[in-house]
Design a binder for this molecule. Sequence first.
Ligand code: NAP
Length: 275
Amino acid sequence: MLLVTGATGTIGRYLVRALTEADAPFRALVRDARKGKELGCEFVVGDFDDPASMVSALKGADRLLLNSGGALPLAGQQPMVRQQTGVIDAARAAGVTWVVKVSAWQPGPDAKLSVRAHWEIEQHLQASGLRWSSLRPTGYMQNFFTGDGGFTHSGALAGPYGVGRVAYIDAYDVAACAAALLTGPLGGGDAYALTGPEALTHEEIAAKLAIPFHDLTPKKASEDLRAQGLPGWFVDDLLRLYADMAAGSMSEVTTAVRDLTGRPPRTFDEFLANR
Ligand SMILES: NC(=O)c1ccc[n+]([C@@H]2O[C@H](COP(=O)([O-])OP(=O)(O)OC[C@H]3O[C@@H](n4cnc5c(N)ncnc54)[C@H](OP(=O)(O)O)[C@@H]3O)[C@@H](O)[C@H]2O)c1
């Protein structure tokens, strides 16, 4: 039995569909029973912040998809680290044998805060004695459309992007990789750097979205973000991510999606056609 966390999220919804189609025995963890009913699969209500609920949710599970997001950092502390390391400990106690974690691109001790959080969780997972696999995607193509926080909310694509290319990935492909691992032979100890099939500039992406592109200076972007009320340390962290992207840190294209699923990842055009 698989337990899928983050089941109501960007990757989770695709994963629920993929596992249902594959007829794999799984249960989805949800915080809100109403959202669970909407998923149309077996679900259990629980919250990473409620350890007792996780003990119940993990009963009988032998494989775990570890994925969550959305918790706002407070004064530089990422709640995700406490939450996910707690779930790893609960999984080990419950007899889970293999954890597949949704991580991030190039996690490391010197990465920007949210990515460093994934590195800390990976360290905990690797020390846990459990079998583990880590999915390390670049940015999701879905980021361009996620409501108020979406990259294109203002009707234009504006940021200090420069001409750096990014090999964005469709969350559909991240879910397909997770499904392949969770339903495949027992593995472990592998990290997969997941990308789309092409690295695009943000000007090229704006053209595909048929919206204007504004390449801002880092100073202007910082002023705009602070004017939105975001805390200074958070803006500085975000600006670091932009600077890395502009320098090409996410431009590598890997074969990991094809290796895991047997087919190439979706292009940006295919992502748009399937929305
Ligand atoms: N966005 C990107 O480009 C990108 C790139 C690389 C890696 N990532 C990583 O991917 C992960 C998912 O990010 P996302 O932005 O796409 O989020 P998401 O998957 O759309 O949503 C977060 C999911 O986590 C669940 N969740 C949040 N807090 C929880 C808690 N306390 N207990 C149980 N479940 C909880 C949410 O449930 P509810 O429905 O109840 O809120 C939701 O299902 C994050 O770890 C992020 O760092 C994102």
